[in-house]
Design a protein around this ligand. Structure first.
Ligand SMILES: [Zn+2]
Length: 403
């Protein structure tokens, strides 16, 4: 699968009938087309045939000049159907665990959460919520249709999980409302932000929202962050903008987790302050980044395809590390037919197959026998952790971060 090469670039699509779901503007600009990517990057398959025949969809990245939101203009929700197989938890990694712990500690301290109530919309496996409750001896309520653990967990003053969506009718008066990595999955981000604001306003009005950082994706550029599961991509300016449109006042917006994530602390209590937008990336800078992104995507795909082919010709064994969305996107955009395995520390993924390209997922210990020459690490945040693991296994491989 390839992104259009220079001589066969697609014409910019007609965006006349589209509007921005975050602000309603029709002032839109086409950025890049990435056709026929697997619909799910986070659902691994049981066999090679199933991996080859996964559903696919197009990513047609569009930029809103009104609020700096990016979205997939070709997104079709019917291509996606969430199931319990959906495994996007990164909590297996010690680096990621530390990040969740630090974030929980910061929030408990900032909002003086002690013997209080915390609500999380889209709680995933409940790890973050459980930490918030444990640290501050709080009571927690988590909602997520993909949740499949016990309905109550004995942490802090007790955590209750519901395997469904939160609705405005759920009477939870929470001192803090959280939502991590949900907003980029919804087609109507303004509506979801309004739901969060409504949930927060039932009590103290405090809100924490975290998403992947699209400003980082443009700046780095981190093209492997383009995935079909995300109809939306938030620059810092877009996240603040949609929050303010939902009548929230933003007190803090910042990049975190080595700039890969973006968060806001916001308040729904109606104490309107001046707009926080002036503290985000300037419109002119975003304009410049968006203008160059199409070339960045096309050049990265070409460069890595050439590199992987050259290594194969030289007889070098290459594995990628991290069977999450970045790794799956990389294997699908680059010609990766010479790569046999992708490594992941999560045992639940071992023996499974990568959607689209069909590499098998193995644990780090499999490298002892395979002895790769090169490990392509999909996320630089785990560089030290992975190098340490490879050393301890006596595997003599170079680790290279895919940028
Ligand atoms: Zn917009």
């Amino acid at each position: 699968m390839t992104v259009q090469a220079d001589n066969q670039r697609q014409e910019s699509p007609d965006l006349a009938d589209q509007t921005c779901a975050a602000c309603g503007s029709s002032n839109l600009r086409f950025v890049v087309n990435v056709p026929q990517v697997p619909a799910f990057c986070n659902v691994l398959l049981d066999n090679a045939e199933a991996a080859a025949s996964v559903r696919r969809g197009d990513i047609q990245l569009v930029y809103c000049e009104g609020c700096s939101f990016l979205f997939n203009g070709a997104f079709d929700a019917s291509v996606l159907a969430y199931s319990p197989d959906y495994a996007n938890s990164l909590s297996c990694s010690p680096s990621f665990g530390s990040f969740l712990e630090e974030t929980s500690e910061r929030l408990v301290e900032k909002h003086v959460l002690n013997e209080n109530t915390v609500l999380e919309l889209g709680c995933g496996d409940g790890d973050f919520l459980t930490r918030l409750c444990t640290i501050g001896n709080n009571r927690g309520f988590g909602f997520d249709p993909s949740y499949f653990g016990p309905t109550t967990v004995d942490a802090g003053n007790g955590v209750t999980f519901k395997d469904r969506y939160y609705t405005g009718d759920d009477a939870v008066e929470a001192d803090l409302v959280c939502s991590r990595h949900v907003l980029e999955h919804v087609e109507e981000p303004l509506e979801f932000m309004q739901l969060l604001a409504g949930a927060a306003s039932k009590s103290r009005g405090k809100l924490y929202v975290e998403v992947p950082n699209a400003t980082y994706m443009l700046e780095k550029p981190a093209i492997w962050d383009l995935i079909y599961e995300h109809p939306g991509y938030f620059t810092d300016r877009a996240l603040v903008s949609v929050a303010e449109k939902a009548r929230l006042s933003v007190s803090e917006s910042s990049a975190t987790f080595l700039d890969q994530f973006l968060y806001i602390d916001a308040d729904a209590s109606g104490s309107a302050t001046e707009s926080h937008k002036s503290k985000t990336t300037s419109l002119s800078r975003l304009d410049q980044l968006v203008s160059g992104f199409r070339d960045e995507v096309e050049n990265s795909v070409k460069r890595w395809t050439n590199e992987v082919q050259r290594l194969a010709v030289d007889g070098k064994r290459v594995v990628t590390w991290g069977a999450g969305s970045k790794g799956v996107t990389f294997l699908n955009l680059v010609d990766s037919s010479s790569i046999e395995h992708i490594v992941d520390i999560n045992p639940a993924k071992h023996g499974k197959f990568v959607p689209g390209t069909g590499q098998t997922v193995v644990g780090p210990e499999a490298l002892v026998e395979y002895q790769p020459h090169l490990v392509l690490l999909m996320n630089g945040a785990y560089e030290n952790e992975v190098k340490e693991m490879i050393r301890s296994l006596n595997v003599d491989a170079t680790v290279k971060v895919v940028d």
